[in-house]
Ligand binder design. Structure first.
Ligand code: NAD
Ligand code: UDP
Length: 330
């Protein structure tokens, strides 16, 4: 049964998906606050580079493991963040069955571990649980509009099933579970070939290539800078009283994809023209979080504007992106 976590300052925290974009930033933050981190990753979409600076940290341990398989660790664990799951549409659709199993079987294994250790578990859910929403902005009490047989279902239905499993563990008193519904988040350490919009546009622009906009570009998203999101995840995990409801975390400022492409072009004038490509099936037409619940329960709101966050992300890609190979003339 659920045990009370102790309230020592230095906790032992397991981060599944710890070598990914969000997981590596979260690990940095946890270590800087004096916690011990066990990072678990199968390196599907994450990279060793993301955690390279942490490898020699005495409070950091890295386990290469696929959470679709059961997981045991010898340590006492106070908290588990489940961030393990490919997050970009091309990546999660590359092996859709594994994506679904990661959310269902993988989350199940981490819930078992949470129960065994008496640890709190934070599940990284997603705005995709709202599908192509008919309500705007999206509040947590909206049940969503999701195509359960489409190509995105491996991800959004997987995450919905994971939420269901989490709430069963919570209702049965078997684990202290918290659910963050994360909206589009960007920043340094996104993989350059990840396929998501912010990294795609910046990498294309830095390489002087055309900027790809899918569909008309009138679809909207709301972009949260990574430091804001990590602060929100930690606030939800550590809030004294478990809210026992999902909490949206994202930046409520909404932009069309065409606007975003224009902003990137304005920042990087060497970029090519905007070109329009077919819209992927079931691509949500609009998305914006209602973050009243996060404001109220966690006293959380994003602080980094899109202009500032884009600048920081561009600076990072400028430093880390390998120079494009020269175009060979015939
Ligand atoms: P990411 O792809 O960079 O990170 C995911 C990490 O999980 C990678 O390191 C990957 O190797 C690992 N992983 C995948 N399947 C695994 C498995 N079966 N076993 C072990 N490790 C596995 O993506 P991210 O943007 O850092 O996303 C992290 C989490 O947050 C994901 O669960 C994602 O669904 C969720 N999320 C992210 C966003 C966003 O905008 N970044 C939005 C909504 C939800
Ligand atoms: N998109 C785009 N060009 C790209 C990549 C994505 O126009 O090169 C669009 C995509 O169709 C979607 C939006 O940008 O409408 C956000 O896509 P992303 O994959 O980043 O996130 P998600 O669709 O999961 O919100």
């Amino acid at each position: 049964m659920l045990q009370k976590n102790d309230r020592r300052q230095g906790k032992t925290v397991l981060v599944a998906g710890g070598a990914g974009f969000l997981g590596s930033h979260l690990s940095d933050m946890l270590l800087s606050h004096g916690h011990r981190v066990i990072s678990v990753d199968n390196f599907l979409t994450g990279s060793l580079e993301n955690v390279a600076p942490l490898r020699n940290h005495p409070a950091f341990r890295l386990i290469e493991h696929d959470i679709c398989e059961p997981l045991t660790v010898p340590e006492n664990v106070d908290q588990i963040y489940n961030l393990a799951c490919a997050a970009s549409p091309p990546n999660y659709q590359a092996d859709p069955i594994h994506t679904m199993m990661t959310s269902v079987r993988g989350t199940g294994h981490l819930l078992q571990l949470a129960e065994e250790k008496g640890a709190s578990l934070l599940q990284a859910s997603t705005s995709e649980v709202y599908g192509d929403p008919e309500q705007h902005p999206q509040r947590e009490d909206y049940w969503g509009h999701v195509n359960c047989t489409g190509p995105r279902a491996c991800y959004d239905e997987g995450k919905r099933a994971a939420e269901a499993l989490c709430f069963d563990y919570l209702r049965l008193g078997r684990a202290d579970v918290r659910i963050a519904r994360i909206f589009n988040t960007y920043g340094p350490r996104m993989q350059p070939d990840d396929g998501r919009i912010v990294s795609n546009l910046i990498v294309q622009a830095l390489q002087g290539r055309e900027l790809t906009v899918y569909g008309t570009g009138e679809q909207t998203r709301s972009f949260c800078y990574v430091s804001d999101l990590i602060r929100g995840l930690a606030a939800l995990m550590n809030v004294e009283e478990n809210p026992c409801v999902p909490v949206n975390l994202g930046n409520p400022q909404e932009f069309t994809i065409a606007e975003l492409a224009e902003r990137v072009r304005a920042e990087l004038p060497g970029s090519g023209e905007i070109v329009y490509r077919p819209l992927p099936k079931d691509d949500p037409r609009r998305r914006r979080p209602d973050i009243s619940r996060a404001r109220e329960l966690l006293n959380w709101a994003p602080e980094v504007s899109l202009a500032e966050g884009l600048r920081l992300t561009i600076d990072w890609f400028e430093k880390t992106l390998p120079a494009p190979s020269p175009v060979l003339k015939p």
